[in-house]
Design a protein around this ligand. Structure first.
Ligand code: NAP
Length: 245
């Protein structure tokens, strides 16, 4: 119970890695605000946590809309009184080779993954500077180093790394840590959607020989959110079974 009396917001937590993170933080004692663009999934995930004896609130929010992000923080403050931990997990991919990528594919991914994460981190920074405490954990991707068919996604995640490192430096003296996690290939709806041939190629690139699970990412989030990690900031940490793209 490393996170007793702490309040966390996890974006995109209605399913996939975000849901795994929300469950883990609740298990460690945090009250968790589960924010997702899909309200039904957010409410179901919150109900699951409550059924296990934890504290949770499921709310609807599109991180690409600044008003939604501000409302997310207001609802968290109303329900639980503060926000100690922010996990920016919501993200999308719209893959395509660079020469075929549409303006819409580019704009959508940048709007959610990069601008949406900026809205969340900026709102948290204002609050956490005041309280002189906070943990911000951004979910980037191993793809930030570049990956075929993912110019938009890689650029957005490289942006998240730059944003995280800048926020870390600005907030370090205020008791706020900011770190980025780069999952490799984790089994969720996002990756289950790839053709079988691509799945096999991806597994072939992983020295561990298998895809990761949402819990593998969640375990690192819980550690970075805890007081044990108070001197760790500005880091970019892979969770990828040794995978290098
Ligand atoms: P996922 O299964 O597609 O889940 C993403 C969740 O975010 C869904 O609940 C989705 O809602 C929600 N969401 C999408 N757009 C949103 C928005 N604008 N505002 C709020 N919520 C939104 O994805 P995942 O695999 O769990 O990935 C989670 C994060 O890890 C993403 O940032 C992703 O880029 C990153 N990541 C994943 C992998 C991997 O291998 N899976 C690898 C590297 C990085 P809907 O259900 O309505 O779509």
């Amino acid at each position: 119970m490393r996170l007793n009396n702490k309040v966390a917001i996890v974006t995109g937590a209605g399913r996939g890695i975000g849901k795994g993170i929300a469950l883990k933080l609740a298990q460690e004692g945090a009250a968790v605000v589960i924010s997702d663009i899909d309200i039904n999934n957010a409410k179901e995930a919150a109900a699951e946590i409550e059924a296990l004896g934890g504290k949770a609130l499921g709310i609807q929010g599109n991180i690409a809309v600044r008003d939604d992000v501000e409302r997310m923080f207001t609802e968290a403050l109303t329900a639980f009184g503060t926000v100690d931990i922010l996990v920016c997990n919501a993200g999308i991919n719209r893959d395509g080779m660079l020469h075929k990528m549409t303006q819409e594919q580019w704009d959508q991914v940048i709007a959610v993954n990069l601008t949406g994460t900026f809205y969340c981190v900026q709102t948290a920074a204002k609050l956490m500077r005041e309280k002189q405490y906070g943990r911000i954990i951004n979910i980037a991707s191993a793809s930030w180093l570049g990956n075929i068919g993912q110019a938009n996604y890689a650029a957005s995640k490289a942006g998240v790394v730059g944003l995280s490192k800048t926020a870390a430096r600005e907030l370090a003296a205020k008791g706020v840590t900011v770190n980025a996690i780069c999952p490799g290939f984790i089994e969720t709806d996002m990756t289950r959607g790839v053709p079988e041939k691509v799945w096999d190629i991806m597994i072939g690139k992983i020295p561990a020989g298998k895809a990761g699970k949402p819990e593998d990412v969640a375990n690192l989030v819980a550690f970075l959110a805890s007081d044990e990690a108070s001197y760790i900031t500005s880091e970019v940490i892979n969770v990828g079974g040794g995978m290098i793209l």
